[in-house]
Design a protein around this ligand. Structure first.
Ligand code: ATP
Ligand code: MG
Length: 355
């Protein structure tokens, strides 16, 4: 008999059931009374979950900054908490880190209640706060040694310096580093106690694309080392590139959650084939319509967009174009992305200030 934790898809209450691996049970949610079938997996849940947040809420005066959110982060995954400015990301992450006190709800870190047992886990987490700054007049190495000495459990500072590609900068003063290097030092600081879970609050905000990619490389390496990463970001490309699991937060609520594929499948449009500067576009559109392609749009300048429901359609369209010797300048296929998912869910762009 093993324990299986289960999140109700209706009200998000987390409940515990017991059974044998592979056994399917009819279960009833204690909170909303919804009935459903649950198959007990063989996985030991306590070992698999790094962070468990249940009905978390934070109120500031009249503002509900975080509004009754629940989610779980699996060990070893990069979990992206994606949302625009003011969505509630930092408030949430700092409640998990025990820096801010929740108005309601519960948080477990590695199975320990953050409210009552934080001391048991504080050495097992690493933190890069938003808009991080360090001591201006310490070198990179001195900075890391300073932070190392705050912990009982100590990683090898020189190994961290090597793994973050900071060797040639280790004797430079923090104040003389570029923005990207400063962020890398911030990630390095979060690793000095060899933590199991690393919280990175907007680690690449304000960096140029090259520096951003370098920090992404560092974060991807952490996953390879088996670390759990809780990443907050408002860059959809960052979540798309790095995350195993994404929770989209908007005005204090989680409005969608899943893998990138899940989110695109559930909330995105299908892929679209774009034919640029097609000669005889009206005839081509007519021909495609007769072949059963009914979702076609055209700007009237020879550019045609065709909705692709399934992959085989691409080959069909190409063979029609070839068979009828249709000339065009270029052709590409674009798939839905998180920006489109966000727009569909909220009616606004992620990059706009939607708070
Ligand atoms: N200490 C506080 N007192 C009052 N209001 C606060 C406090 N901290 C945050 N807020 C408000 O709560 C909301 C959520 O803020 P939070 O900093 O968590 O958002 P965020 O998603 O991290 O945004 P950003 O991308 O700008 O960092 C905002 O409206 C913010 O103004
Ligand atoms: Mg923030």
């Amino acid at each position: 008999m093993i324990e299986q934790r289960f999140k109700c898809p209706n009200c998000e209450e987390i409940a515990t059931f017991y059974g044998n691996p592979g056994e399917t049970k009819v279960v009833t949610c204690a909170a909303c009374h919804m009935k459903g079938r649950l198959t007990i997996s063989g996985e030991k849940q306590d070992d698999a979950v790094a962070i468990e947040v249940s009905h978390l809420k934070k109120v500031y005066g009249d503002l509900i900054a975080v509004n009754d959110i629940s989610f779980a982060v699996k060990k070893g995954e990069i979990f992206a908490f994606l949302g625009p400015n003011g969505a509630g990301k930092t408030t949430t992450v700092e409640m998990i880190e025990s820096i801010r006190t929740p108005t309601a709800g519960s948080i477990k870190l590695l199975g320990k209640d953050v409210k009552t047992q934080f001391n048991d886990v504080k050495e097992k987490i690493g933190i890069l706060p938003q808009e991080f700054h360090s001591f201006e007049r310490l070198t990179v190495r001195e900075t890391l040694v300073y932070f190392l000495n705050l912990f009982k459990k100590k990683a090898d500072v020189d190994e961290i310096i090597t793994s973050l590609d900071l060797t040639s900068h280790k004797n430079m003063l923090y104040k003389n580093l570029s923005g990207g290097l400063k962020q890398r030092v911030g990630v390095a600081i979060s690793l000095v106690n060899d933590p199991e879970i690393i919280f990175l609050d907007e680690p690449t905000t304000g960096l140029d694309p090259k520096a951003r990619r370098e920090v992404w490389g560092v974060i991807a390496e952490l996953r390879k080392k088996g670390k759990t990463v809780f990443l907050t970001t408002h860059y959809m490309e960052e979540a798309e590139f790095l995350a195993d699991h994404i929770a989209v937060i908007f005005k204090g609520k989680i409005i969608a959650e899943g893998t990138l594929e899940d989110l695109i499948r559930t909330y995105g449009q299908s892929s679209v084939m774009h034919i640029k500067k097609c000669v005889n576009a009206p005839e081509v559109i007519e021909m495609l319509k007769q072949e059963g392609y009914d979702e076609i749009s055209s700007e009237g300048n020879g550019d045609i967009a065709i909705k692709i429901d399934y992959k085989e359609r691409v080959l069909d369209i190409l063979s029609h174009l070839r068979h009828d010797c249709i000339e065009y300048e270029s052709l590409d296929i674009r798939r839905s992305n998180l920006e489109e998912v966000f727009l569909r869910l909220t009616g606004s762009k992620l990059t706009e200030d939607t708070a």
